[in-house]
Design a protein around this ligand. Structure first.
Ligand code: NAD
Ligand code: LMR
Length: 332
């Protein structure tokens, strides 16, 4: 029997990530090839014409899974009945800016959209915040939508996770699909800590630790980390625009694994509300290694954290606490 359609909201849908993301959702990349969807697309009035153009293209693409499109500049109409909300709307950073430099503009958007989601989304709606500063926007959304369970609010660090997989696969000349269990800890910013201490590669002789296959600590503790931390800036420098296709693809990976589950023995990175695991202060949205089953994520417990890692986990937590304070000062 055909499944009922799932309503997926994409805010900022007329922007560059939105333009890459909505066809992926309509093709089943996010929720699977047998899951019909109804797309809700929100943007602001100056982008209304362009948003309507995206709607026209969705109709023209004749996606079999796409059962309807709501394209609107009305936040209530956009949020009504949605089961999944991908929050991309906001302003991207430009060359030379840090992600927190876009704070003032973006946190106030997340405060106001929090109430609309809380009042009008379907019960148990899952929320993914993509717009920067992603962790802090998600935290503001959580704090101003107190009736949405904290387990339903997350931010995107899967792009950083995928970038880390990509760097390891390039270095070893192996398939990216054979590399797993890297971790992104902390903020989606240049203080994030990409950690390979538990990562493995599938080889003909079984699974091998990345640290055994790349016996170059200087690279793993140096250039690898900074490359992943700075990848967003490198793309802005090269494209004069921030990453879009990789961000859209990572957003699909994030929601797919959250809804449909992570493969056995594999974890992924998600920005989620800290419960104090790994001595990360509770009350921050922090990226952890998680596994997902039955539509719920759980932080992977019991991983060893060496002294080098500890410092890096704490540094990125400190930045998130500062961002939280800054966000509140912008809102006041
Ligand atoms: P963009 O400027 O191309 O698109 C953003 C869209 O949001 C625009 O169409 C704009 O009109 C719209 N918008 C602005 N205010 C809005 C509001 N109040 N409600 C609804 N829509 C609104 O930007 P982009 O390149 O698509 O990037 C979007 C965001 O995602 C940026 O903040 C960017 O920094 C961030 N980003 C995050 C990641 C990540 O991994 N977390 C990766 C890439 C980009
Ligand atoms: C990215 O990581 O590519 C995005 O967050 C865009 C940015 O500002 O770096």
């Amino acid at each position: 029997m055909a499944k009922d359609p799932v309503r997926v909201l994409v805010t900022g849908a007329a922007g560059q990530i939105g333009y890459a993301l909505v066809p992926m959702i309509a093709r089943g990349v996010m929720l699977g090839p047998d899951q019909p969807v109804i797309l809700h697309m929100l943007d602001i009035p100056p982008a209304a014409e362009s948003l309507n153009g995206v709607k026209m293209e969705l109709v023209d693409a004749a996606f079999p899974l796409l059962k309807g499109v709501v394209a609107t500049t009305d936040v209530v109409e956009a949020c009504t009945g949605v089961n999944i909300a991908v929050m991309v709307g906001g302003f991207p950073r430009k060359e030379g800016m840090e992600r927190k430099d876009v704070m003032t503009k973006n946190v106030s958007i997340y405060k106001s959209q929090a109430s609309a989601l809380e009042k009008h989304a379907a019960a148990n709606c899952k929320v993914l915040v993509v717009a920067n500063p992603a962790n802090t926007n998600a935290l503001i959304l959580k704090e101003f939508a107190p009736s949405i369970p904290e387990k339903n609010i997350s931010c995107l660090t899967r792009l950083d996770h995928n970038r880390a997989l990509g760097q390891i696969s390039e270095r070893l000349t192996v398939q990216v699909s054979d590399v797993k269990n890297v971790i992104i800890w902390g903020n989606h910013s240049s203080t994030q800590y990409p950690d390979v201490n538990h990562a493995t590669v599938a080889t003909s002789a079984g699974e091998k630790p990345v640290r055994e296959l790349i016996a170059d600590d200087a690279w793993l503790n140096g250039e690898f980390i900074t490359t992943v931390q700075q990848r967003g800036a490198a793309i802005i420098k090269a494209r004069k625009l921030s990453s879009a296709l990789s961000a859209a693809s990572a957003a699909c990976d994030h929601i797919r694994d959250w809804v449909l589950g992570t493969p056995q023995g594999t974890w992924v990175s998600m920005g989620v509300y800290s419960d104090g695991s790994y001595n990360v202060p509770a009350g921050l949205i922090y990226s952890f290694p998680v596994t997902c089953a039955n539509g719920e994520w759980a932080i992977v417990q019991g991983l060893s954290i060496d002294e080098f890692s500890r410092k890096k986990l704490d540094l990125t937590a400190e930045e998130l606490s500062e961002e939280k304070a800054l966000a509140y000062s912008c809102l006041n």
